[in-house]
Write a protein that binds this ligand. Structure first.
Ligand code: NDP
Length: 333
């Protein structure tokens, strides 16, 4: 058995990741760790996890734990990753990896030095929809990509309106929560890393001390421009993405989601074509690839370096919004 230790009694672990681990043949969630032992115990009982702990040391000392999944709040990812790497455990870490680039770079390098696999949980590029769009772009269907528009304004459900909307120290705010995923999407779809960004952010009523809405523009090395819109406060926009090129356009709807859903239409001079998407579970897909990587075959779907780059982009968005200026994106090497 490949035993997983869950660090953080989070909603995402409960809603998606525990089931996704258990879906992998030979993988099981063996332990959970919280800052509160009673919370760990309740969570363990609820999710039928054998062991509950209240320290990294205790969880990492459990011989049944081979891999850790880190989904506590964002400021706690770094100490968790460093402790796991030191203990020789493979790491599957939530986004954003950290609150600043130096910390994220240290996490990636600690895993590399320890010889453990590190993955970042950007789910969207694991979707069949995004994979199909990337393939169409790579095949030249739309010609040269001129512009991409990403619509990712959603309504944050009331139970999630906690640290995300009121705690800058925990890495709250829509940019580190949502725009960081869009940063990964754009890198994945266009297979290039944005050069610079201009962004506006707003604090429109749901959040305090952090931003709850943002619009950003990114410039790609190819010359393509990218627009993104993220919000916690928009219930009815729906999500979507459009890629516009010299020979065609791709119009995708309902694809910035954790669900296996969405549609992709390609429009060229030959007409409109709805892609036949064979949807699969995003988290099952990434865990299958992670299982292969820890067995020595290939890379995770989204590596630690990918998480570092998406964070670099998100932090540049925040800096641009704060300074009211274009910001060059600083990618650590
Ligand atoms: P939650 O808000 O559900 O949990 C975060 C932490 O809050 C837990 O680790 C826990 O601390 C603490 N907590 C939970 N319940 C209570 C409570 N009743 N009282 C006090 N503290 C409590 O986090 P999310 O699931 O929303 O997000 C976790 C991480 O996952 C974040 O990094 C987020 O960015 C990321 N995420 C990623 C998604 C993706 O698709 N990739 C989707 C959603 C989130 P403790 O561990 O100490 O018990």
């Amino acid at each position: 058995t490949v035993g997983w230790g869950f660090i953080g009694t989070s909603n995402i672990a409960k809603q998606w990741m525990a089931a996704a681990v258990r879906h992998q043949p030979g993988h099981e969630v063996m332990a959970v760790m919280s800052n509160s032992l009673s919370r760990a115990e309740m969570y363990a009982q609820d999710l039928k996890i054998a062991n509950a702990y209240d320290s990294f040391a205790a969880l990492l000392a459990d011989p049944a734990v081979d891999v850790v999944y880190i989904s506590n709040t964002n400021e706690q990812h770094k100490p968790a990753v460093l402790a796991a790497a030191k203990a020789g455990k493979h790491v599957f870490c939530e986004k954003p990896l950290a609150l600043n680039l130096a910390d994220a770079a240290e996490m990636v390098s600690a895993c590399k030095q320890a010889g453990v696999v590190m993955a970042t949980n950007h789910h969207l590029r694991n979707a069949a929809t995004h994979q199909a769009i990337r393939a169409e772009i790579a095949a030249g269907t739309v010609g040269q990509v001129i512009g991409v528009r990403i619509f990712h304004a959603i309504h944050l459900p009331q139970p999630l309106q906690t640290w995300r909307v009121n705690d800058p120290k925990a890495g709250g705010g829509v940019v580190l929560d949502v725009a960081v995923h869009d940063a990964d999407v754009i890198r994945y779809l266009l297979a290039e890393d944005p050069v610079d960004v201009m962004a506006y952010a707003q604090t429109g009523g749901m959040a305090s001390a952090v931003e709850d809405g943002a619009m950003t523009m990114l410039q790609m090395p190819s010359g393509a421009l990218v627009q993104t819109h993220e919000s916690f406060m928009v219930p009815y926009a729906g999500t979507g993405l459009e890629v516009h090129g010299t020979k065609g356009s791709i119009v995708a709807r309902d694809i910035l989601t954790q669900r296996s859903a969405g549609t992709v239409e390609v429009i060229t001079e030959t007409g409109r074509r709805q892609l036949d998407i064979q949807h699969h579970n995003l988290y099952h897909y990434s865990l299958a690839q992670f299982a292969q990587a820890i067995a020595g075959n290939g890379q995770p779907a989204v590596t630690g370096e990918d998480g570092l780059k998406s964070l670099a982009i998100a932090l540049a968005m925040l800096k641009s919004a704060e300074q009211g200026q274009r910001v060059r994106i600083d990618y650590p090497t």
